[in-house]
Design a protein around this ligand. Sequence first.
Ligand SMILES: C[S@@+](CC[C@H](N)C(=O)[O-])C[C@H]1O[C@@H](n2cnc3c(N)ncnc32)[C@H](O)[C@@H]1O
Length: 340
Amino acid sequence: MKGIKIIKKEANELRKILIQEKQLCTEYKVMSDENFVYMPLIKDYNAKTIDNIINKFDVEIEDFSFNKAQYRPKNFMDYLSDNISKEEMEEIKKSFDTIGDIVILEIPAELESKKKIIGKAVLDFTKRKSVYYKKSKVQGVTRTRKLEFLAGVDDLETIHKEFGIRFKLNPSTVYFSPRLATERSRIVNEVKENEVIIDFFAGIGSFPISIAHVKNAKIYSVDINPEAFKYVNENIKLNKLIGEVIPIEGDINKVIDDLPLADRIIMNLPGTAKDFLDIAVNHIKEGGILNYYEFSSDYDSVIERVNEIASPRKTEILDIRKVKSQSPGVWHIGLSIKIE
Ligand SMILES: C[S@@+](CC[C@H](N)C(=O)[O-])C[C@H]1O[C@@H](n2cnc3c(N)ncnc32)[C@H](O)[C@@H]1O
């Protein structure tokens, strides 16, 4: 097969370029002898690209017989091992969020200078359309973050598929977390037929649409972010719904009085949901359920707060759970609370 023979001291540079240009055939082993290294080229190598490379190194394409490699690059590590330590790669990998055909990751400050190499490796490894990295924390009333483009196609609008549902969104203008899929499914299972539900902080309608997809319920999907309102309208059209989703753009404090009392209120704004607990308790029917979320390191303080704000109405904690990790020692906690 075709390959390139090069003196040892230049081999590493050539190898990096061949990998970067996707011209090195990783199914076969790179060989070496005392003075030279031999690199196998992919079958359909790009003649123009290879011409440029061989001119640069003053080498030739020749026929060699290479041995089959025992493994092909399988994971992210293999793509980046020349540039970044194993520990650093593990950290980056843990931060991957895949939303539709976009991968969003975190890059620690000390690796900022290698962000493009990392982005390219993630693109190759994940085979998604685009790679971005988190340029800020989730911030502001709309709970959105700045994203910086790293590799692939610079297009932030995507369609995320989850349990047969399609969510269209732009992750830099609206909040959406694929890590809440299990929680959404859990709430869907709690809902009974014909419930009237208000999602106080609905974003693109991820909870309302998940519910209406399989349950005959009426769900008011409230959000203060006009972009979220735009997407919930699109998502209603994109999916076959059994129930009814009614999108409302506005501050829940201002729109609540126009809404009927609810069998269930969903409150996924864990940083500040506690400031809205009183209006939720006042707007829930007798025996209705609050799906309430907070960031906390323990259960007791959350339960205490709920009981205090709900008083004199009696509460029954039907369930309390760790939804996901927020930061070391702090959890995104979910509660299902019956309000008598
Ligand atoms: C953490 S996001 C959750 C979105 C959605 N529930 C989800 O899980 O994908 C919180 C949402 O609350 C909205 N929000 C914040 N304050 C609000 C308010 N006072 N009234 C209505 N929506 C609000 C934000 O725009 C944001 O979309």
